[in-house]
Design a protein around this ligand. Sequence first.
Ligand code: CMP
Length: 139
Amino acid sequence: ATERTLSIIKPDATRRNLTGKINAKFEEAGLRIIAQKRIHLSQAQAGKFYEVHAARPFYGELCEFMASEPVVVQVLEGEGAVAKNREVMGATNPAEAAEGTIRKEFALSIGENSVHGSDSAENAAIEIAFFFSGLELVG
Ligand code: CMP
């Protein structure tokens, strides 16, 4: 079925001017960018977005990093978009990411791993609503 998923191009990637190269990977995989904006999160906003990880030891570092420089938040649409996006991103840890994936090619470390993608259709709906209004989704 056609799905939507939330994607974030993280500060390590926007800083290195990789937005276009990363978007090309999504589009080559058949994912359509139906909403996109560049924003600079506050630490509080990053903390709210990643609330599910609040108990993790890396939470503070994660929120600080996500608020360090601008990010590009986007909604990707396509057949099985949640799983397809995760395939294109590659494993969270770039050392374990498959050849040709975004994280294999661009990520610097498990923290500075260039992209975020929703892990389920259910979370995708929550994460999309965190950043976008319905009017901003132009499918
Ligand atoms: P993301 O998909 O954005 O969801 C949570 C993020 O936490 C994850 O990608 C990683 O970038 C980050 N993360 C996971 N494990 C670690 C870790 N051990 N140290 C720092 N950051 C981590």
